[in-house]
Design a protein around this ligand. Structure first.
Ligand code: ATP
Ligand code: MN
Length: 463
C-alpha cells in the first residue's frame, strides 16, 4: 500500500507503474459514459487522489456504483496524467475492493459543513475531516521539531513522573490518584481518612508540571527537557484551557533569566520555521478556511525579534493605552488574557514580559534585588496570549525557604527539592510551553479542544 501523498508526488506514465492505495471515499461522480470518478483520501496529505473506475471492472455496478462518503477501499491501478483541472495525476483503476461500507443514511460526516462543536461529539470520526487531518499532521510535525530543537542543543529528553506527591505550584488544583475505596476508606483513630495507607503511602496526584524533577536532573546533567502530559483540575471552560494538556519543559543549569528568554524565543522561532517549511498545504488551508492571519503571524515569529518589556512597563503601557478593559490593569494583578492580547497588538508580534511581582508567582522563582519582583518571564503570542511561562529558579537555600514560609508552605515537606540547594547549588532556569497553544498558534484554530485528538475538559472525558 502506498501513501497518497507519495503517489501524488510522482510523475505519470509507464515508469509510474502499478500503484496500490487505500483510503476513504470522499465523493463519487458517475459519468454517463460508463465510468466513475472516486475521490479517495488517506489522511497522508490534504489532497485526495482521483480514481477513475470504469465498467470494465467486474464489480463496477455492484460495488463502485454503491460507494458513498466514508467507505474504505483498496485500489490497484495505473497512474496517468489527469486531463481534468485541479490535479496532475489520476489513478486508472484495474481493481477496486470495497473493504468497509459507510451507510450514507447514518454516517455522521457528510459533504456539508459541520460545526466544530458537533465534530467534538464525534471525535472518533473527525480525523477523517480536512481540518482535523491537517491539525493532526501539524501537531505531529511540531512534536518532531520539539525533539530535534533540543537534541541539536544538547538537551537530554527526560521522562518525568506523571504521578506525584508534591504540588509544584503550591496551589494549583490537582487530580487525586488513589486506590482507596471511597465507600470504605481506612480511617485514623480521629476518624479522618488515613492516606498513609493509600497506595503510595501518601496523598498522590496527577502532575501539574515536570519542573521540580527536571530541576533535579538538570542539576546533574546540565540540560534536560520534558515533553509529557500535565493535568489541571481547574474548572476553567475557556478557549485555551484543557484539564489534560501536553507541556514542553526545558531546564538548564548555569543559566539566568536572560538565557531562558533567549532559549524560549529561539524555540518558538524554530517551531514556526519548521511548520512554514514542512506544512505548506496545511497552512494554506488554515489561512483560507480558518484564520487569514495565521501565516503572517508565523512568518513574524520566524523572522522578527521578540519585543521585551518588564511587567512594570507592561502595566504602564496598558494603562496608557486607550483600550477599554473588563479588568483594569493594576500593578500587582495578574495579566488577564485581554491584557495579553493588547500587549501583543501594541508590539505587533510576540513579546516577552519579565520581572513579575513575587506575590503573583510561585515559590520557586528567584527573588530579585528590588525584593518585590521575581526573575520570571511569560512569552505572549499574538492571538493566543501566554504560550510560555518560565523563570530563573531560586537557587539560594535561605531565600527559597523564606518564599515557602511566606506562602504557608512547610519547607520540611520539600526536603529533596531543598537538597538541590543544600548541595552544590547552581543558578538554573527553565520554562513550560503549552504544546496545544503552540498548535493553536500554528493553525489559527480558535478552540484548544480542536487541536488535541481527544480533549479532556470539565464534564468531558469521552473517547
Ligand atoms: P494561564 O494563566 O494561561 O492559565 P498558567 O500561567 O496557569 O496559564 P503555567 O503554569 O505557567 O500556566 O503553564 C505553562 C504553560 O502551559 C502556559 O504558558 C500555557 O501555555 C500552558 N497551559 C497552562 N495551563 C494550561 C491549560 N489548562 N491548558 C492548556 N495549556 C495550558
Ligand atoms: Mn504561567
Amino acid at each position: 500500500m502506498e501513501r497518497i501523498k507519495d503517489v501524488l508526488a510522482r510523475e505519470p506514465g509507464v515508469e509510474a507503474g502499478a500503484v496500490r492505495v487505500g483510503g476513504w471515499v470522499r465523493t463519487r461522480r458517475d459519468s454517463k459514459a460508463g465510468f466513475s470518478f472516486v475521490e479517495i483520501n488517506d489522511g497522508s496529505c490534504l489532497a485526495s487522489l482521483q480514481v477513475v473506475a470504469g465498467r470494465d471492472l467486474p464489480n463496477y455496478e455492484r460495488d463502485v456504483l454503491c460507494l458513498s462518503m466514508g467507505s474504505s477501499v483498496a485500489v490497484d491501478g495505473v497512474l496517468v496524467a489527469s486531463p481534468g483541472a485541479g490535479q496532475k495525476v489520476e489513478l486508472r483503476a484495474t481493481a477496486m475492493e470495497v473493504i468497509g461500507r459507510a451507510d450514507p443514511e447514518t454516517y455522521p460526516l457528510q459533504k456539508k459543513e459541520i460545526s466544530y462543536e458537533r465534530l467534538r461529539e464525534i471525535a472518533h470520526l473527525r480525523p477523517r475531516t480536512n481540518t482535523f487531518g491537517a491539525v493532526l499532521r501539524i501537531r505531529g510535525e511540531l512534536a518532531y521539531a520539539v525533539h530535534s530543537f533540543f537534541r541539536e542543543r544538547g538537551f537530554i529528553c527526560l521522562h518525568s513522573p506523571i504521578i506525584t506527591t508534591s504540588d509544584c505550584e503550591g496551589a494549583g488544583a490537582m487530580f487525586r490518584v488513589t486506590t482507596i475505596d471511597p465507600g470504605a476508606p481506612p480511617r485514623r483513630p480521629d476518624g479522618a481518612v488515613d492516606t498513609a495507607r493509600d497506595f503510595f503511602g501518601a496523598s498522590a496526584y496527577l502532575t501539574v508540571s515536570g519542573q521540580l524533577e527536571a530541576e533535579a536532573c538538570a542539576c546533574g546533567v546540565g540540560r534536560v527537557y520534558t515533553f509529557g502530559p500535565t493535568f489541571r483540575a481547574e474548572n476553567s471552560n475557556t478557549w485555551r484551557h484543557l484539564a489534560e494538556f501536553w507541556m514542553v519543559e526545558p531546564e538548564m543549569a548555569f543559566a539566568d533569566l536572560d538565557a531562558d528568554a533567549q532559549l524560549a524565543e529561539s524555540f518558538i522561532r524554530a517551531l514556526a520555521c519548521h511548520v512554514l517549511a514542512n506544512c505548506g498545504a496545511e497552512l494554506e488551508f488554515f489561512r483560507k478556511r480558518v484564520d487569514d492571519g495565521v501565516v503572517k503571524r508565523l512568518e513574524s515569529a520566524a523572522t522578527k525579534p521578540f519585543d521585551r518589556m518588564t511587567y512594570t512597563e507592561a502595566v504602564e503601557r496598558l494603562k496608557a493605552s486607550d483600550r477599554k478593559f473588563e479588568y483594569a490593569p493594576e500593578w500587582g494583578g495578574d495579566l488577564q488574557s485581554e491584557h495579553e492580547r493588547v500587549l501583543t497588538e501594541i508590539c505587533g508580534g510576540a513579546v516577552v514580559v519579565t520581572d513579575f511581582p513575587a506575590s503573583i508567582k510561585p515559590f520557586y522563582m528567584r527573588r530579585s534585588e528590588d525584593g518585590r519582583t521575581v526573575a520570571a518571564m511569560d512569552v505572549l503570542a499574538p492571538g493566543i496570549g501566554e504560550i510560555i511561562g518560565g523563570s530563573q529558579r531560586e537557587e539560594r537555600l535561605d531565600a527559597l525557604e523564606q518564599n515557602m514560609r511566606e506562602r504557608g508552605m512547610d519547607p520540611a515537606n520539600y526536603g529533596w527539592f531543598l537538597d538541590l540547594r543544600r548541595y552544590g547549588t547552581v543558578p538554573h532556569a527553565g520554562f513550560g510551553l503549552g504544546f496545544e497553544r503552540m498548535v493553536q498558534f500554528c493553525t489559527g484554530m480558535r478552540n484548544i479542544r480542536d487541536v488535541i485528538p481527544f480533549p479532556r475538559t470539565p464534564g468531558n472525558a469521552e473517547f
